[in-house]
Design a protein around this ligand. Structure first.
Ligand code: SAH
Length: 233
């Protein structure tokens, strides 16, 4: 891990947010379960150990932050389950790949973006709900994480900053968004939940050097929908 975070006392955590409770989550992710196959990439596990997930949810939910479950973040949205964050992040590094620049669609709480920044990636993230983005930006600042963000409809990607070595979409669309795969660099990886509600799969697309696309299905998942337009507040 190359990025150093600024950890204030509340980031260190006590009781249900203590290092011991967080380490238990790491062990669980590493061991896996029938529904959540083990995560092997130590860099990813280390990022999850280091980034204080309890600072990405409401204080009332902080005691549940190290359970392997999605939690509400307001506006009908959720912070993803840690296993899903780990799985999507791990997919970017598979087979010796070393992405440098990554685009995330759906900043939400900012947690997935923080994990990517903690891994030393140059992160660009797009969120359509203004209030969620404001709160996420505050978290990035507090932790001293350098994340570029914009308030926009992420279905158009971030053309001015393209191409990206990796793209992570954290809201589900019925089909893949072409504008996003177009912003992937040759050799790059895109992970995105795709499919109708109740029947979504996590897809991994890899763009070959010649531009051809190879697709795999990683896991069945449940994500909030990728919506169009922006919300100011
Ligand atoms: N990665 C987030 C998960 C948030 S849930 C985290 O770690 O917390 C998905 C997010 O995608 C929501 O915040 C939702 O508002 C956002 N979203 C949905 N459609 C979008 C779109 N078209 N453009 C940008 N963000 C979108």
């Amino acid at each position: 891990m190359t990025a150093r975070m600024r950890l204030q006392p509340e980031a260190v955590g006590l009781g249900m947010t203590s290092q011991r409770v967080r380490d238990r989550l790491i062990e669980r992710l590493r061991a896996g379960s029938p529904q959540t196959p083990g995560i092997a990439d130590e860099r990813v596990l280390n990022a999850i150990r280091t980034v204080p997930r309890h600072l990405f949810v409401d204080e009332a939910l902080a005691t549940r932050a190290y359970e392997d479950t999605a939690l509400p973040i307001g506006h009908g949205q959720t912070i993803s389950q840690p296993w899903v964050v780990a799985k999507m992040t791990e997919a970017l590094f598979a087979d010796g790949r070393q992405p440098a620049k990554v685009l995330e669609i759906g900043t939400g709480s900012g947690y997935q973006g923080a994990i990517l920044a903690a891994l030393g990636l140059e992160v660009y993230t797009v969120e359509r709900i203004g209030e969620l983005l404001r709160v996420a930006r505050k978290r990035f600042r507090t932790l001293g994480l350098n994340v570029r963000s914009k308030h926009d409809d992420g279905r158009i990607g971030w053309p001015e900053a393209a191409p990206f070595d990796a793209i992570i979409v954290t809201a589900a669309a019925p089909t893949l968004v072409d504008a996003l795969s177009a912003q992937l660099a040759p050799g790059g990886t895109l992970v995105a939940p795709v499919g109708a509600s109740g029947a979504q799969s996590l897809l991994r697309l890899r763009k070959q050097a010649d531009g051809a696309i190879e697709a795999d299905t990683l896991a069945p998942v449940v994500f909030v929908p990728l919506l169009s337009g922006i919300v100011d507040r």
